[in-house]
Ligand binder design. Structure first.
Ligand code: GLC
Ligand code: CA
Length: 569
């Protein structure tokens, strides 16, 4: 079946984490005017849409994912005038702006919650989820996703409230139609300002199983896993269809939902072409492979066969039914080149480019996280003071504080998967604070900014940055890259990720070596059909039709370490 065209299928998105992108006033925190000063950089890169992580009024317990006023800009980021100006400048350059929508919870400093906790009969009481104690303890055993219990006792009224994240992030009660109307009204307010859509924070968690059953206990954790009772809950699709009717359908928007606990089956419901809910979902299966005994806290290598299986499953199971989103990185995950590639000096650049080819030649809307286009790497911290993230602090306290694992072991895990890896300031140049700020940055700059930065790469045509530009240009000019169907090749290979895209009579093959050794692909040019090389990360591959790419003329195409080639038949 032929895919329907849509602008949000054809665009390339760039995620900005505002605290870490560009500071304009020397306070060490990125801000709106800083972003505005870098718009030409994004335009030049080829970006169509900016997704801006939260800039709303917030006490900053979870870096803005705890909102105390949805219609105000947080003072450290600037003013509403600065925002309007930024939006106008984005539009002026022909780009679009997608905001973060965080409506599973608010901050405990939101006016609604301040009211809600006052008394049991306050008109805002039912805006949140309050329950009586059970056996003098919390109403059930659910764990907070930031560790510890998901319920907080409030002495004022003698009841508990639910907070799936920190206790400063109480969950809204979506069962209450007044809550839903308030949210829709707020979304419409932003829509009338002219924004171009929303990325929806943990949207799969809005509907809780109203029986609030205990979750399964897993070894070593005193709290139970409530995910099956709050992810993809009983009324989630009714809520999103309502939201679509009342708000989304009135705007020409792009919408992407954060799909915690979402598999392909669910994604087809959330983002199906017939569902009237969202345009697409983020799933996390590929970035949460190989968990260890402490879940995401591990330093396990990723198994390529598993990675291929997961990404291919999403490609094929959504084909013709729903649209994919493609990402390696965001503000919650470590740097891809350190995790899926190889950030040692000899392979850093090759593997950063290979990863870009591997993912962004697939079907779906590409998302690039700030700094990924440079191949920014993980950061190596050695003490807890090196980190700011609330999740890291909580898990450290729980695991090391209780003596379950040593400081050294925990640091290895944090350096491998911790969220602050992605949150270090953007590396613009080689000056002391990487051109991010004139002051002291809120989170330390990665010391490798002396050689890994925009300034260096912009001036070098074989840089990761220039490679990203070329890839984006291909996505903009070739329909097959947007709409072509996907088919995995070399399924059994544990070293090469290979696939094909096809649209009508056109066919394109992608070959990526995920190892630091030369690998025979077992594929021959004859088999694949001769063609031209569209892009590759080794400079000597030029175009087999001209006969000057020696290795490709072989019967068995050899891929050098981290080599990526795309060719068109
Ligand atoms: C999402 C955000 C994450 C935040 C959490 C709670 O997962 O991406 O940064 O901590 O929701 O809002
Ligand atoms: Ca600032």
């Amino acid at each position: 079946m032929e895919e329907q065209r849509a602008w949000w299928k054809e665009c390339v998105v760039y995620q900005i984490y505002p605290r870490s992108f560009q500071d304009s006033n020397g306070d060490g925190i990125g801000d709106l005017n800083g972003i505005r000063s870098r718009l030409d950089y994004l335009k030049d890169l080829g970006i169509d849409v900016i997704w801006l992580s939260p800039v709303y009024q917030s006490p900053g317990d979870d870096n803005g994912y705890d909102i105390s006023d949805y219609k105000a800009v947080m003072d450290v980021f600037g003013t509403m005038e600065d925002f309007d100006c930024l939006l106008a400048e984005i539009h002026h350059r022909g780009m679009k702006l997608v905001m973060d929508l965080v409506v599973n919870h608010t901050s405990d400093e939101h006016a609604w919650f301040a009211e809600s906790r006052r008394s049991r009969d306050n008109p805002y009481r039912d805006y949140y989820i309050w329950k009586e104690p059970v056996n003098e303890g919390p109403p059930n055993n659910w764990a907070s996703r930031f560790r510890g219990p998901a319920w907080e006792y409030d002495g004022r009224t003698g009841m508990y409230y639910l907070h799936i994240y920190s206790k400063k992030q109480p969950d809204l009660n979506w069962e209450n139609p007044r809550v839903r109307q308030e949210i829709y009204e707020m979304m419409t307010w932003w829509g009338n300002k002219g924004i171009d859509g929303f990325r929806m924070d943990v949207i799969s968690m809005l509907s809780k199983d109203q029986r609030f059953p205990d979750g399964v206990l897993k070894e070593g954790n005193p709290y139970g896993d409530g995910l099956p009772y709050y992810a993809n809950g009983p009324r989630i699709h009714a809520y999103l269809q309502e939201m679509n009717r009342e708000v989304l359908s009135r705007f020409d928007w792009m919408t992407v939902g954060e799909g915690v606990g979402v598999g392909t089956r669910e994604a087809v419901q959330y983002a199906g072409y017939e569902s009237h809910e969202l345009n697409m979902m983020f799933h996390f299966e590929h970035v949460e492979l190989n968990p260890g005994p402490f879940g995401k806290w591990n330093d396990n290598p990723v198994c390529l066969r598993d990675l291929k299986k997961v990404l291919s499953r999403w490609q094929t199971e959504l084909e013709g039914k729903a649209w994919n989103s493609l990402f390696w990185e965001n503000h919650d995950y470590p740097r891809a080149v350190s995790r899926f590639g190889n950030d040692s000096p000899g392979f850093w650049e090759l593997s950063a480019k290979m990863l870009a080819v591997c993912l962004y030649m697939m079907k779906g809307t590409p998302y690039i996280y700030q700094g990924q286009e440079l191949g920014m790497t993980n950061f190596q911290g050695s003490s807890l003071e090196d980190f700011q993230d609330i999740e890291i602090h909580h898990v450290y306290r729980e695991m090391v504080g209780s003596g379950r694992i040593s400081h050294e072991e925990m640091m290895r895990y944090i350096n491998h998967t911790g969220r602050d890896n992605a949150r270090t300031p953007m590396q613009w140049d080689d000056t002391e604070q990487a051109g991010f700020t004139d002051g002291t940055p809120w989170l330390r700059v990665n010391p490798n900014h002396t050689w890994l930065n925009v300034k260096e790469q912009a001036g070098r045509s074989d840089s990761v940055l220039c490679f990203y530009k070329q890839l984006i240009k291909l996505r903009h000019t070739m329909d097959i890259l947007v709409y072509g169907a996907y088919r995995l090749l070399l399924e059994e290979s544990g070293a090469i990720f290979a696939y094909e895209r096809s649209l009508g009579k056109e066919r394109l093959t992608v070959l990526c070596n995920f190892t630091d050794r030369t690998q025979k692909s077992g594929l021959s040019v004859r088999e694949l059909g001769a063609g031209t090389i569209l892009i590759g990360n080794y400079p000597d591959r030029r175009g087999i039709s001209q006969g000057d790419a020696v290795a490709l003329c072989e019967e068995d195409i050899c891929l050098r370490p981290y080599e990526a080639i795309v060719f068109m038949q």
